[in-house]
Write a protein that binds this ligand. Sequence first.
Ligand SMILES: *Cc1c(COP(=O)(O)O)cnc(C)c1O
Length: 241
Amino acid sequence: MELAQNIQAVRAKIAQAAADAGRTPGEITLCAATKVQTDETIRAAIAAGVQVCGENRVQELTAHLEAGAYEGAGVHFIGHLQTNKVKQVVGKVELIHSVDSERLLRAIHSQAEKLGIVQDILLEVNIAGEESKGGCSPQEAEELARLTAQLPHVRLRGLMAIPPVSLEIGSNRPYFQAMRQLFVDIKEKMSDNQASIDCLSMGMSGDYADAIAEGSTLVRVGTALFGPRPPMGTPRTDIHK
Ligand SMILES: *Cc1c(COP(=O)(O)O)cnc(C)c1O
């Protein structure tokens, strides 16, 4: 099956990129970006070795959870999250990648508190300063990181970024470098929970090898595993919203 071959190929490329950077492949998590995929495809991906699925839309997440489609894998939420939808996500996923405002952070915290759990989160940084995109500024990320230290029901695990669609090989490397530096800076400043800050989520189908070269610990890959997505009535650049 093509899907199994694609997974093999992506894993091999991850291993090669890691080796080239003097890293071990085990340091890098492959998160399959499953948006628009069916329950059946998700199950097939997990059967073929995918260990983490990343979901973008709350509606799809809920439907796949109800169908038990993720059984055997971890689930992350990687899409933009509205404050009024946190109930459908907090406690249902291992990691929320897209925390980018104090309001959202506090909403996640209060829902986690209600459930009596600790929700793992990443802060999403708009590293290229693109107007059309979610994510906070690097400065805000430092402030939000400090705030997490006062919120016992969230645990900061690291940072996430979605740089511009890479049109040229290597064009996103400066953004990945900047993210890596910010990650190191924030980790150093967080005296309390340094050990739990271990995730730098960056790199997608077009640029994950470069992201790994610059220190990514988790790559979110959709197209390279599942093939091109059907058009959603939105331009390609809007897919990652
Ligand atoms: C869709 C998506 C991806 C994967 O994108 P591909 O280019 O298809 O690999 C990664 N991250 C996020 C947040 C996404 O929405």
